[in-house]
Design a protein around this ligand. Structure first.
Ligand code: C2E
Ligand code: MG
Ligand code: MG
Length: 268
């Protein structure tokens, strides 16, 4: 057994996060960033994904990978997710009041919600409070959620869709691609995982897989969005295979809400 400074650092960082999370929420240190989703055909913004950033008092920005796994362990993710859903509601409400035609905002759903009662009812109460038409709200459930909790994930998805919310399957292709489950997952959007586009130049094999999944999803009447698009070559290829939408640094990085709103206004 060897002592390692890195281990100590990790434990201290985790303790710091757990001790400060509630105060950070009260102090509005968690901020909703929005990343545009674009229509590949005409490059227009057709939606946004809400992604959380934690901006600490000293100005340091923390990314979700540093705190979400911990919040999923200690349960705080339930509070944080609903806080971000509320930020999304406020933004859509503001667009409507300011006569800016809203685009759908998608939010991420942690697997932890599926083990709690009344997730969908709580969502309904929230959107009703801000009088948000359901078509402006989309829920992203990762592929892996479906593999771990198939029945409960499918029924949550079904209920959300019955309420006219959009639902997408996030990170598709990252895990044990549940091709078999696709037939039961009547979903609106399939989000292809960014790993397919990570290396810049796409290999022949990757292109075959991406175009086949796109083809299959479209025949199953789902829209396809590619995540993590970073180059023009990838964008051209996706247009060629009739992928519907894309999200990635090529178009824009996640940004504060005010910046996104400005972009949305100019886009039109
Ligand atoms: P995700 O939902 O798959 O979100 C996409 C991630 O890809 C984001 O990372 C985004 O910043 C990143 N990304 C976008 N375009 C590109 C690109 O062109 N290249 C590369 N390399 N990356 C790109 P981020 O913001 O660090 O979030 C990581 C994950 O954390 C998200 O993955 C999501 O699963 C989770 N997450 C973020 N915010 C929340 C939240 O409020 N609640 C929950 N439950 N999960 C969240
Ligand atoms: Mg997502
Ligand atoms: Mg994803």
């Amino acid at each position: 057994c060897f002592y390692d400074d890195k281990l100590k650092e990790k434990v201290l960082l985790e303790m710091d996060i757990c001790n400060s999370m509630q105060q950070a929420l009260d102090d509005k240190e968690f901020v909703m960033y929005l990343q545009p989703k674009v229509n590949l055909e005409n490059q227009k913004i057709v939606g946004a994904e809400a992604l959380t950033r934690w901006i600490r008092k000293d100005g340091r920005m923390m990314f979700p990978d540093q705190f979400i796994p911990l919040f999923e362990k200690n349960g705080f993710i339930i509070t944080l997710d609903f806080y971000i859903y509320e930020c999304a509601c406020k933004t859509i409400r503001k667009w409507m009041d300011d006569k800016i035609e809203p685009v759908t905002i998608s939010v991420n759903v942690s697997r932890v919600h599926l083990n709690t009662d009344g997730f969908v009812d709580k969502v309904l109460r929230l959107v009703e409070k801000y009088e948000i038409p359901h078509k402006y709200f989309e829920f992203e459930l990762t592929e892996s959620i479906f593999l771990d909790n198939t029945e409960i994930a499918l029924s949550t998805m079904r209920r959300l869709r019955e309420e006219d919310f959009f639902v997408s399957i996030d990170d598709f292709g990252a895990g044990y691609s549940s091709l078999n489950l696709l037939k039961d997952m009547a979903t609106d959007v399939l989000k292809l995982d960014k790993e397919f586009f990570r290396k810049g130049e796409m290999q022949k094999e990757e292109k075959i897989i991406v175009s086949s999944i796109t083809n299959m999803a479209k025949q199953l009447e789902m829209k396809v969005l590619s995540e993590g698009v970073e180059t023009e070559a990838q964008s051209d290829f996706l247009k060629e295979i009739a992928c519907d939408m894309a999200q990635g640094y090529l178009y824009a990085k996640p940004m504060p809400e005010a910046e996104f709103t400005q972009m949305l206004k100019e886009n039109r």
